[in-house]
Design a protein around this ligand. Sequence first.
Ligand SMILES: [Zn+2]
Length: 149
Amino acid sequence: MKQHDDNLYQELALLLLKEEDLRRKTEQLLTQAKKVIDPRQEFNKWLQSSEGKRWKEKQFEYQSGKCAYCQEELRFSDAVVHHVIPLKQLGNQANKPENFKLLHQSCNLKISTKIVFLHNKLKELEIEEQKINLKTSQIIKQADLALSK
Ligand SMILES: [Zn+2]
């Protein structure tokens, strides 16, 4: 009987060792898998591809060379790509050009992972600018009229 127990304990010890080994291997595999689908890496890869570069040029034109956050002038070489909905929240799903805007690095840091609806802000500012332009042209017309009298 004593011999029998000893065998069982030995078997158990062996199983526990195997289990520990399996757990370590699984962890290693998981770490590798995470690296393969790391959304930040995927994004950097895309950004350096010709597709990503073309997108950045087009987007820069679309934003009229201005930062989508502060609306100040932006140099192409300084423009960083901002995820409107952060990678943290959506993972690789956030890696879609519709989710990207070009910003100053400092603006990007200011926003960090807060969600700011830049597109709406851009539209609002465009409308505001149109209103100001209209008012300016009205004032100029009035001034012209006043001067011609
Ligand atoms: Zn900015």
